[in-house]
Write a new protein. Structure first.
Ligand code: PLP
Length: 427
């Protein structure tokens, strides 16, 4: 097949109907699949033949959507999960178990931070959190003999730091472990981390990929580049026999291209069951069909609004990696030349009280715990998502009382600016 461009993959990637089949991706709303003989089904259970047997593991609708995301990222294999949380959990747990260690960027999404620092810690996996802006030497020092992976976000939610993917990939590879990148905010339309050395990409498809605030979901994509067998002793889960599969060795049977996703599917999805629904996968696919068109508009609106805010006397500061005075502007130009995302954070002069009354005055920009929606929304973290923290803890988390997180939607930017302007001027 000819190589098609990302915009075309968004529209036509994944599902390819054969003669007389539905043009739109069919929703295979079935838990199970019928076979003519026990022998045929036995081959599936032994992973000797490809096919479907139970939708907890795999479903054709979900697989077609995973395939589209895989093509967009330029990967070798992919799977959908029920949420972004389960995608990140599976991606890390597929490599690390009790007694192992993982290095993660300190500015990652709060939900992922809790997953790592609290829940996975209880499972016996230790994490070292390191600033994404750290020097190479500092990053090198974080590695231990039991380190199994490095993890970061292309654009961190909500800190909006931009990851130097090449720096992190270099450090991971020089210690014989893969780099996992959560590419949720950038999406493959704006950045393809595999081109810069990342080995595994994860997504919360709940955000821009769905794009309409309609479905929670996640995805894991493997680049197929990491050579597990070259680091056999580090990755026993992939390179030694799996007793729950009659002694199968994933890295030998499925190679660099297929081992990681096969293991995560037949072992982790089988046992933990964070299964996406075919209905949700169908809705996600509708979102993906316009991802390239929407991302451009989200970024255009956000850049314009960031510039407006930067010049407004009621605004103390603006954090948007697309702004020239952002400390991440150079990294953003390198890794995200088409734009970063629609998310901005900024401070309202007058602190916490001013930020809260500013938000009360907004009409088009609504208050929500969400980002990456077609509708512009905003959040005051200090009084909502982070309200259990005291002033000191808020400061350490980089959440000041004046901080407003704004997710720019797809509306006319002049309307959005007028709304922000009237709310700022009412203060
Ligand atoms: C939202 C988000 C997640 C968690 O995804 P869910 O779909 O809400 O489970 C993980 N990583 C990032 C960067 C996110 O923004």
């Amino acid at each position: 097949m000819q190589t098609i461009k990302p915009d075309t993959i968004c529209v036509q990637g994944g599902y390819v109907p054969q003669n007389g089949e539905p043009r739109q991706l069919p929703i295979i709303q079935s838990t199970t699949f019928k076979y003519d003989s026990n022998e045929a089904m036995g081959k599936l259970f032994n992973l000797e033949a490809e096919g479907y047997f139970y939708s907890r593991l795999q479903n054709p609708t979900c697989d077609n959507v995973a395939k589209k995301i895989c093509q967009l990222e330029g990967g070798s294999a992919a799977m959908l999960t029920a949420s972004g949380q389960s995608a990140n959990f599976f991606a890390v747990f597929n490599l690390a178990s009790a007694g192992d260690h993982v290095i993660a960027s300190s500015t990652i999404y709060g939900g992922t931070f809790n997953l790592f620092a609290v829940t996975m810690k209880k499972m016996g996996i230790e994490f070292t959190f390191i600033s994404p802006d750290c020097a190479k030497e500092e990053l090198e020092k974080a590695f231990r003999s039991n380190t199994k992976a490095v993890f970061g976000e292309t654009i961190a939610n909500p800190a909006l730091t931009v990851l130097d993917i090449e720096k992190f990939a270099w450090a991971a590879h020089s210690h014989g472990v893969p780099l996992i990148v959560d590419n949720t905010f950038a999406t493959p339309v704006n950045c393809r981390p595999f081109l810069w050395g990342a080995d595994i990409v994860t997504h919360s498809t709940t955000k821009y990929m769905d794009g309409h605030g309609a479905t929670v979901g996640g995805c894991i994509v493997d680049s197929g580049h990491f050579d597990w067998l070259a680091h056999r002793e580090k990755f026993p889960g992939l390179c030694t026999p799996d007793e729950s599969y009659h002694g199968l060795i994933y890295a030998e049977k499925f190679g660099k291209e297929g081992a990681f996703i096969t293991k995560a599917t037949v072992q982790l999805m089988r046992d933990l069951g964070a299964t996406p629904s075919p209905q949700n996968a169908y809705i996600l696919n509708l979102g993906l069909e316009s991802l390239h068109v929407r991302m451009a508009r989200h970024c255009e609106n956000a850049l314009c609004i960031a510039k407006f805010l930067e010049n407004h006397p009621q605004v103390g500061w603006v954090n948007y990696p697309g702004l020239e005075n952002s400390p991440y502007y150079q990294l953003a130009k390198k890794y995200l030349p088409k734009g970063t995302s629609g998310v901005i954070s900024f401070g309202v002069k007058g602190g916490r009280k001013a930020a809260e009354s500013f938000m009360q005055k907004l009409h088009l920009c609504t208050i929500e715990t969400h980002v990456a929606d077609s509708r512009t929304c905003c959040l005051h973290p200090a009084s909502t998502t982070h309200r259990q923290m005291n002033e000191e803890e808020l400061l350490a988390a980089g959440i000041s009382g004046d901080l407003v997180r704004l997710s720019c939607g797809l509306e006319d930017k002049e309307d959005l600016i007028a709304d922000l302007k009237q709310a700022l001027e009412s203060l």
